[in-house]
Design a protein around this ligand. Structure first.
Ligand code: 4AD
Ligand code: MG
Length: 431
């Protein structure tokens, strides 16, 4: 058998024979010629099966191929200027691995429910493929960014004894003779790790029993969460800004083709510049009072508020100093204005809204203990967390960036559900 190649690399074998393995994307035949579009995950190439070359029996057998049947084709790589990848395969031999029955997904319009029900197959389609490639690039950019800044990757646990982001969205599970909760955020563990390593991050799945059916919420989503010892809100914001710029640089460098396929207008991504606009809550609230009659000053921002704010600037907007009452228990209050938290939300432009939430953490033992009590959280479960303020407490800060929200924005999608391979929402846990 000729050496194996992937379609994306066939150019290296110009004029030589290679073996390609994949699935039938499309096919047509005319007389002694059978044209098979072969897809292998790296690209698509046309294989030309000529009866006189492969032999009568193999040719007839190849005509039984259907969409998504699996095959192995050996052939000589030739140049074809008209072909998308620039090459064609002149088949010498074809081996059929499996003939697929009628494939449920066709180029015709399917409803979203049907496609989600067939997500395991839908992932093969070119748009979904493009989204996953962009997702991969974004995750890689995040990892590279923190690695280059000398952060240490520290994995956070999934089973946890207590809430990080409020008790209303906890998933509870039996844990032998007691209860456990699926993690809402790795943050508290990253705070422990930052006291051991200085600069750390975790990247993993997080869970929230979101009862709202919105286009921005999943019940299982992936978050990248840096945490830094000896860091204040301003420094934290600079790290977040750098992360977003790194992501933009990478996707514009490596994933233009995929973004074009998704019909993403690249101009709004290309104009993003640092420094991002920074705005305290009060300034944002003043804008909202004019633009949204439903907005109540002092409340957290809803999705429509974020949309309004994020449409006002071409770069992401960083909103800080929310009222302490609308934010999590661990946020440090601003010593200058104690009813405001040293926190930041980063809103992606074009109306996409929040992609990052973070800030400076409360580092005083007594204040933190009182906050835990005021939020009616189980004190015993936080004993270890309080220890961090007992043994060498330092100012520290961090943030969490939702991968799927970021992919939604970068790809210019209307809904978050296509940004994760197998989405979990209130109404979906299959496939
Ligand atoms: O703002 P959040 O709740 O912040 C935290 O969890 C902090 N503990 C993070 C930290 O400081 N280490 O969530 C952070 C981000 C949001 O900005 C959003 O991008 C994403 O996580 N996110 C969701 N993404 C999809 N579906 C949901 N239900 C999400 N909830 C939050
Ligand atoms: Mg948030």
């Amino acid at each position: 058998m000729a050496p194996k190649s992937y379609i994306a690399q066939v150019g290296r074998f110009l004029g030589q024979e290679v073996t390609l393995e994949g699935w039938v994307y499309n096919h047509t035949h005319k007389g002694k010629l059978h044209f098979v579009m072969l897809r292998d995950g790296t690209g698509i190439i046309q294989a030309v099966i000529f009866r006189d070359t492969v032999g009568e029996a193999a040719f007839e057998k190849s005509l039984q191929l259907t969409l998504e049947s699996s095959v192995r084709i050996s052939g000589i790589v030739t140049e074809d200027k008209r072909a998308k990848g620039g090459f064609e395969l002149q088949a010498q031999a074809i081996e059929i691995l499996q003939i697929a029955p009628e494939y449920p997904i066709s180029p015709k319009e399917h409803g979203i429910d049907f496609l989600m029900e067939n997500r395991h197959l839908w992932l093969r389609s070119s748009l979904q493929h493009a989204i996953m490639k962009v997702r991969h690039e974004i995750i890689k950019a995040c990892r590279d960014y923190f690695d280059q800044l000398d952060f240490t990757l520290i994995d956070a646990p999934i089973f946890t004894p207590a809430a990080c982001e409020g008790t209303t969205t906890l998933f509870e599970t039996d844990y032998f003779d007691s209860k456990a909760y699926l993690t809402q955020s790795g943050q508290l563990y990253m705070e422990a790790a930052a006291m051991a390593f200085g600069k750390v991050y975790c990247f993993g799945p997080t869970f929230r029993a979101e009862k709202s059916k919105t286009r921005r919420h999943l019940t299982e989503f992936w978050m990248i969460e840096p945490e830094m010892a000896f860091c204040d809100l301003q420094q934290d914001m600079a790290v977040a800004e750098g992360l977003i710029m790194k992501i933009l640089e990478r996707v514009l460098e490596n994933r233009r083709e995929e973004l074009k396929k998704l019909e993403r207008d690249l101009a709004p991504l290309e104009v993003i510049r640092t420094p991002f606009p920074r705005m305290p809550y009060d300034e944002a609230a003043a804008i909202l009072k004019k633009e949204n009659p439903d907005f109540i000053e002092g409340d957290d921002f809803g999705a429509p508020d974020e949309t309004i704010l994020s449409q006002q600037h071409s770069s992401p907007v960083m909103i800080s100093h929310y009222p302490v009452g609308v934010k999590a228990f661990y946020m440090k209050a601003d010593p200058q204005q104690p009813d405001r938290a040293l926190c930041v939300d980063v809103l992606a432009p074009e109306g996409y809204g929040e992609i990052i939430g973070g800030g400076q953490r409360e580092d005083d033992l007594e204040v933190l203990l009182n906050k835990i009590r005021a939020h009616k959280l189980p004190e015993e479960a936080f004993a270890w967390y309080l220890d961090l303020r007992r043994f060498g407490s330092v100012p520290h800060a961090g943030f969490g960036m939702g991968i799927e929200r970021t992919v939604t924005w970068i790809c210019g999608l209307k809904h978050i559900r296509e940004t994760i391979p197998f989405p979990r929402t209130m109404s979906r846990i299959y496939p």
